[in-house]
Write a protein that binds this ligand. Structure first.
Ligand code: ADP
Length: 436
């Protein structure tokens, strides 16, 4: 038997008992007592009912009225139900917060659209990508805010399997995709494609450049080959042609060697941290410069190395040699080329200064791009591949060093590689004594 019945019957039985005892003395008083007891019970129930009705009119979580007797079970059950509902609500709230946090953390933009393509919710990335306001634009049709005709058409079609590409503001290229979910809701996903488009353009340009760079000497080579094969030439002519063919082959070889060097630099793990002896390296560079110049320039070397470098000897030697070779190649005969080394507590630097052609300021930021040349014919004449400074840039960056270029057309240039202090190493004691 439920406790509601039990406690009601117990109260009734108690009242009847008391009324019966009094009724034995005086029947009228017995009935009156019973009626009073029934009235008290009625008042008790009405009072609890009124409290419950008051709470039910505006239920406040955790404020379910307390009750006693028969009402204890009813209000207790309501209290438990209400607590369970509160827990469920809390769990749902937590799940929603987690979902929102996860959607906010996505690197892609997410917009939830209703069946009429109005904005229900969007994350911060979508706000940035689509230039919408997650609060003010709630309920707005997305097509009113993203008016790109391609996107508007895409929104109107039923077929959303493939994303659509649109440009949003200068230099922002987006890929937008709609995904259907629920009854008729949609997710609009936006992804920034600017970087990957840039990489794709660079890749296309690079392939076109390499093909062009190799095709030129190859065309010359094929031309000479045909001439030698088809025409009856005197032996001296043949030797001349073969010499020229040799030059073109050497040029192709240099381009391929430089491309391989670049790809190795790009793909290789960080350079080893071996000791690069700066003194002997500078002496070698100077000797190479003298040989390359063939006495046409005055070449000087300033600065005594009091530190060595930490890194890959071959990479640094090739980077420095490229700078020296450029200085000689772009400085007319009679000019000066100065190599300089400086080191101190704040790091070290190697610079190559020349009194050559110089470079106009608009070219300077692009010098380290592959195949970028200020003066194409001069670069070719002197055996340049257009890859030298790209190699220098990669090699020095791998050593946390920077490349600075100062130049004025007609006055000359200075290329400086600066190394941070952690890339320098005190000389070995024996060499310290020699240097001293
Ligand atoms: P290249 O093989 O053509 O020399 P680099 O990548 O070494 O290719 O250099 C890129 C371009 O920068 C060169 O074509 C040249 O126009 C310019 N340049 C590089 N070094 C110098 C310099 N010391 N003086 C003038 N111009 C230079």
């Amino acid at each position: 038997m439920s406790s509601v019945y039990r406690s009601t019957l117990t109260a009734l039985a108690g009242s009847a008992g008391v009324a019966l005892v009094i009724g034995l003395l005086d029947t009228a008083w017995g009935w009156a007592t019973f009626a009073l007891c029934l009235l008290a019970m009625l008042l008790y129930h009405v009072r609890h009912l009124a409290r419950l009705a008051r709470w039910a009119a505006s239920p406040v979580a955790g404020r379910v009225p307390e009750g006693s007797g028969a009402w204890d079970e009813v209000l207790g059950a309501l209290h438990r139900y209400e607590r369970a509902a509160e827990r469920r609500e809390q769990q749902l709230g937590d799940a929603l917060t987690r979902f929102r946090r996860a959607a906010q953390a996505l690197p892609d933009g997410v917009v939830i659209l209703d069946s009429a393509n109005r904005i229900e919710w969007c994350n911060h990335t979508a706000e940035l990508h689509l230039q919408i306001d997650g609060r003010a634009d709630l309920g707005q049709p997305i097509a009113n805010l993203v008016r790109d005709p391609q996107f508007v058409d895409y929104l109107a079609t039923e077929e959303h399997a493939a994303p659509v590409r649109i440009s949003r503001g200068p230099g922002l290229s987006l890929s937008l995709q709609l995904v259907q979910f629920g009854e008729a809701q949609k997710l609009l996903l936006s992804r920034d494609m600017t970087q990957s488009e840039r990489v794709e353009t660079m890749r296309r340009d690079f392939v076109a450049n390499v093909s062009h760079e190799l095709r030129t000497p190859l065309t010359v080579l094929v031309g000479f080959l045909e001439t030698v094969r088809e025409l009856k030439l005197d032996p001296q002519r043949v030797r001349d042609y073969l010499g020229m063919m040799g030059d073109q082959s050497a040029r192709m070889q240099r381009i391929i060697d430089d491309l391989l060097t670049l790809s190795v630099l790009e793909a290789a793990p960080p350079p080893p941290t071996e000791r690069v002896r700066v003194g002997p390296l500078l002496a070698r560079l100077r000797a190479d410069a003298e040989a390359l110049s063939g006495g046409r320039h005055s070449i000087t070397l300033h600065g005594e190395a009091t530190t060595d470098l930490l890194g890959a000897d071959s990479e640094l030697a090739s980077a420095f040699a490229n700078l020296v070779s450029n200085a000689i190649r772009y400085t007319p005969a009679g000019g000066k080329v100065g190599l300089a080394w400086r080191d101190g507590a704040d790091g070290a630097s190697f610079s190559v200064e020349d009194t050559g052609l110089g470079i106009a300021s608009e070219h300077i930021p692009r010098l380290t791009e592959r195949f970028y040349r200020v003066d194409r014919s001069r670069s070719r004449e002197t055996g340049g591949t257009g890859l030298g400074l790209a190699i220098v840039k990669h090699a020095v960056a791998r050593h946390q060093a920077t490349l600075d270029v100062e130049s004025r057309p007609g006055a000359g240039s200075r290329f400086t590689v600066r190394f941070p202090a952690q890339r320098t190493l005190p000389l070995e004691p024996a060499r310290q004594a020699e240097a001293g």
